[in-house]
Design a protein around this ligand. Structure first.
Ligand code: FMN
Length: 663
């Protein structure tokens, strides 16, 4: 076991058994009024049981039950530590975590401009509106900002220190001060010239802007004593170019000051929740490990242990970063959410059993698209009372998940797929570069088919005759859905469905028109290939990303519209904006092009080489004819996924579990 990721490390007396930490995620279960409850404990316990050495809580409120505004916008409850009454809950949590030889850290945050309070009031630089940014655009609310007073700052410093002392008293092994993510944090917004225009002692030069975080650290130190580890999380680069904090600023001014003020470990994150959210809730469009260079830069200027984070989904990558000296500890957030046993499976030499995150940001906790067990009351996975003969029709992710669960329970499973490969629509989507991470769930499930000895038959469209011959006790129909071809496009040249375009069934020409906002990611990928792309939306502005997570939507909006473009990040250099036409309907297709009707504008003809149908939900139909035909022919017939209702990956995976755990 000479791998670095297995090696222990010590931070001021806190012994971590390996180098993997669970990154702080706000989306943890909590009781009413900010108490830790049984679900909170189960949530963290599963991660400790799975082999993670350091379990860091998501941001808890040292001043209020909620980190201001974040949970209220996101609809989360939040956990408090602003009163001694919370200590027993943390004590119970610490005991459980310790029983797995893991350590517990408590992250503490004070909300910043995003929550309506900042070093200076808005407007902030370059804003078209006092609080104009994608966060508020997506959240649909604007929180007015106000400047915090010196008296408030002094009180907050003492309150955070008192909360740190409570964490220690409860038996937590360390605390982490959240001074990161731009407008999400009051501490970070004091550091940043972007938010801080004060002229008093808490503003101005670096000494002034560092004062609030430094004083807070010093008061925490007084409260917890010399021998207790205090970690601090910073955005090493705010991702706003010279308008915000750059990595050079961090290395030159911030890290030395924090080290001097008594920090024991630097947790290196990046981005700004208000203006560069892609650093925090990182869309799958970014490469794995894309922000590790910031941890590596910080490591050059400090002797303190450094934590690296960001889109690190596999432990081989974690190992490489540790070997290369880019970080001393790796935080994994979404991966350990998707599969809490990630470290354990890796350490046991069976990485193929790890269910790798697909980066969809579809909940990252509650729910998680690919982890059915994450919810409060999952149907338990128990051995079948009587092993049955089960046939699953359709080898998409829903069908494979149903087969996996049924096989795990001891049923004898056959899976029939009409195509030559498994994965269905998700496998097709994974061929688009922007959504390539979707491949992870296809690969995981396909591997499990082999390991669980599911009899897989491909290139065969199942019929009632097959079922009559196989004589199963249970049939699960997971045959997916098909696009409804509108009259205007039938039989017209150059028309491809979304799946056909993703699979490049036919060559895609230079002039591409995509009908339906489901095609936004494909539109960007094709534009990045150098095609001229027009995306048509039947609905108005705001329809882009209406069916995906906010963080993905931010990115799509930025790529597809003029909001916040151009940006001073390296990514900006890669911005190719497909043209988007809203409120449009396709009337006909002629030799001249696609005839469209744009609301308040009138008719237009768009020349095209390829026309892609990327419409969704109401514009696709379930392939459920076999389900109907099998009624009365088999003892139990179920339908799942798109075959049940045309929806997304999560519905496919979850409906598969709901059926396969009961048969
Ligand atoms: C849903 C969600 C909630 C988060 N909550 C917090 C938080 O409370 N505090 C924090 O410092 N970072 C938070 N983050 C950032 C994560 O700690 C982590 O840095 C980020 O998810 C990137 O790591 P990953 O790619 O391993 O998930 C959150 C991220 C997500 C996706």
């Amino acid at each position: 076991m000479d791998k670095k990721v297995f090696q222990p490390i010590e931070i001021k007396g806190m012994k971590l058994k390996n180098r993997i930490g669970f990154a702080p995620l706000l989306n943890m279960p909590a009781g009413d009024d900010g108490y830790i409850n049984d679900l909170t404990i189960r949530w963290f316990e599963e991660r400790a049981k799975g082999g993670t050495a350091l379990i860091m809580t998501g941001a808890v409120g040292p001043l209020t039950p909620r980190v201001p505004a974040q949970p209220s916008i996101l609809g989360l409850k939040g956990i408090g530590l602003y009163d001694d009454k919370f200590i027993p809950g943390f004590t119970k949590l610490a005991e459980v975590i310790h029983s797995y030889d893991a350590s517990l850290g408590v992250q503490m945050a004070i909300g910043g401009p995003m929550g309506g309070q900042g070093p200076s009031p808005p407007p902030y630089p370059d804003e078209k509106h006092p609080t104009d940014d994608l966060f508020f655009v997506s959240a649909g609310v604007r929180i007015p900002g106000r400047e915090v007073s010196v008296e408030e700052l002094e009180r907050m410093e003492s309150d955070v220190a008192a909360a740190a002392a409570r964490a220690k008293a409860a038996g937590a092994d360390c605390v982490e001060l959240h001074a990161t993510h731009g407008g999400a944090s009051l501490l970070y917004s004091f550091l940043s010239p972007y938010y801080n225009r004060r002229t008093d002692k808490y503003g101005g030069d670096w000494e002034g802007r560092l004062r609030f975080p430094v004083e807070t650290l010093q008061k925490m130190r007084e409260a917890v004593g010399e021998d207790y580890p205090i970690l601090i999380r910073i955005s090493a680069d705010q991702l706003l170019g010279k308008r915000g904090i750059t990595i050079e600023d961090t290395c030159k001014f911030i890290v030395p000051a924090l080290e001097k003020a008594g920090a024991d470990c630097i947790d290196v994150s990046q981005g700004d929740m208000l203006r560069a959210g892609e650093g925090i809730t990182i869309p799958l469009y970014y490469p794995r490990g894309c922000f590790i260079q910031f941890a590596a830069a910080v490591k050059q200027v400090t002797r303190l242990p450094v934590i690296g984070v960001g889109n690190i989904f596999d432990l081989d990558m974690a190992e490489r970063f540790l070997q290369e000296g880019k970080a001393d500890i790796i935080y994994m957030g979404r991966q350990i959410t998707a599969d809490p046993e990630t470290p354990k499976k890796y350490f046991e030499g069976r990485p193929e059993d790890i269910r790798t995150c697909i980066g969809c940001l579809g909940g990252c906790g509650r729910p998680c698209t690919i982890n059915y067990d994450i919810q409060d009351n999952p149907i338990p996975l128990t051995p079948a009372k009587k092993p049955k003969k089960v046939v699953v029709i359709g080898g998409g992710v829903g069908g494979m998940e149903a087969a996996r669960i049924a096989a795990l329970r001891g049923h004898k499973v056959t899976l029939i797929e009409k195509d030559s490969e498994l994965g269905g629509m998700v496998a097709a989507l994974a061929l688009t570069p922007l959504t390539a991470e979707f491949r992870n769930i296809v690969d995981y499930l396909a591997t499990q088919m082999r390991k669980l000895k599911v009899a897989v038959r491909v290139c065969h469209e199942a019929t009632t005759a097959d079922i009559e011959e196989l004589k199963p006790d249970v049939v699960i129909v997971a045959a997916g859905s098909s696009p409804i071809l509108p009259e205007a496009v039938r039989g017209k040249p150059g028309v491809l469905t979304h799946a056909e375009a993703s699979r490049r069934k036919r060559e895609i020409g230079q002039k591409v028109v995509i009908w339906g906002v489901f095609g936004a990611e494909l539109a960007i990928s094709l534009a990045e290939e150098g095609k001229d792309v027009i995306l048509l939306s039947r609905a108005g502005e705001g329809s882009i990303g209406s069916d995906i997570s906010t963080a993905r939507k931010w990115y799509l909006l930025r790529k597809l519209t003029d909001i916040n473009v151009p940006r001073e990040t390296p990514e900006a250099a890669r911005v190719y904006n497909p043209e988007v036409i809203y409120n449009v309907d396709v009337a006909d297709i002629t030799v001249e092009g696609i005839g469209v009707e744009v609301k308040d504008v009138g008719k237009k003809v768009l020349p095209y080489d390829t026309f892609i149908l990327s419409r969704r939900f109401g514009e696709r139909k379930s392939n459920d004819s076999l389900f109907e035909k099998l009624q009365g022919k088999v003892a139990e017939v179920h339908k799942i996924g798109d075959c049940l209702q045309v929806k997304g990956i999560i519905e496919a995976i979850w409906s598969a579990n709901e059926v396969a755990r009961k048969i």
